[in-house]
Write a protein that binds this ligand. Structure first.
Ligand SMILES: NC(=O)c1ccc[n+]([C@@H]2O[C@H](COP(=O)([O-])OP(=O)(O)OC[C@H]3O[C@@H](n4cnc5c(N)ncnc54)[C@H](O)[C@@H]3O)[C@@H](O)[C@H]2O)c1
Length: 238
């Protein structure tokens, strides 16, 4: 399948680690130009790539990062919002503070909105935005109330942004567990020999590239739930 992303200019947040870094590698491999954005140190990469510091919860920082990337490349065709935190995973709700809830929503929800707000002036008719949601928007495990709420919001804001910006496609990917530093931090050694299906960051990057590509031209405002069918089973006893 032709993916037609060569010479496109892509901005990826959360680019220092995990899924964001896998997306950077995948877009570069397709011949795209990539602006890597993160609040942590970014690795050196070969190719037409620019590393920019930003904290996605800080509006001026987001605006400055987009200005830096567009000054270098002159355009923006694809925006990928991977920056995210899992928050107090495993903590009972009774012990979860308002500050912890606010911190998760600031990165996972406000950060995505600020990203698209400041990218919007650069996004032309055939541009694409892909945000990182999660299967936690659709199914829940105990001890993840703030994270689940934040990812439900990503699905809703994906639809809202698609309606807000005619001509720009906005979709989100919603993977189940992906073996990244975030998941390792939450699940630890369980990921060495998991008894549940696990994706690699490169798997998710391929989903992101498809949604960003002209091959996904009719797909807009959608959440692609990639959970190995875990959420598909009904309670019907057959
Ligand atoms: N790993 C999983 O199992 C999984 C599953 C579903 C969805 N996701 C989502 O995928 C996205 C990427 O997660 P990951 O697993 O690659 O995590 P990760 O921790 O490996 O990478 C996240 C990156 O986001 C950056 N970041 C965090 N807060 C930021 C901020 N305020 N400003 C700028 N950068 C910031 C971090 O520095 C880091 O480089 C997240 O939105 C996450 O919720 C992950």
């Amino acid at each position: 399948m032709r993916i037609d992303l060569a010479d496109r200019t892509v901005l990826v947040t959360g680019a220092a680690s995990g899924i964001g870094l896998a997306c950077v590698r995948a877009f570069l491999a397709e011949g795209a130009r990539v602006g890597m954005v993160d609040r942590n140190a970014l690795p050196d990469m070969a190719g037409d790539v620019l590393a920019v510091y930003a904290d996605v919860t800080d509006e001026q920082s987001v605006a400055d990062a987009i200005a830096t990337v567009t000054r270098r490349f002159g355009r923006l065709d694809v925006v990928v919002g991977c920056a995210g935190i899992s928050g107090p995973v495993g903590k009972p709700l009774a012990e979860t503070s308002a500050a912890e809830v606010a911190a998760v929503l600031a990165v996972n929800v406000t950060g995505q909105i600020l990203l698209v707000k400041h990218a919007q002036p650069w996004l032309a008719e055939d541009a694409a935005v892909v945000l990182l949601g999660s299967d936690s928007a659709f199914t829940a495990a105990p001890g993840m109330v703030p994270y689940c709420a934040s990812k439900g919001a990503v699905v809703a804001l994906t639809r809202a942004l698609a309606v807000e910006m005619p001509g720009v496609r906005v979709n989100c990917v919603c993977p189940s567990v992906v073996d990244t530093p975030m998941a390792r931090g939450d699940l630890g050694d369980v990921l060495d020999n998991p008894d549940f299906p696990v994706q690699a960051a490169d798997d998710v990057a391929r989903q992101v590239l498809f949604l960003a590509s002209p091959a996904a031209r009719p797909i807009n405002g959608q959440a692609v739930l990639a959970d190995f069918g875990m959420s598909a089973r009904s309670a019907f006893p057959a």
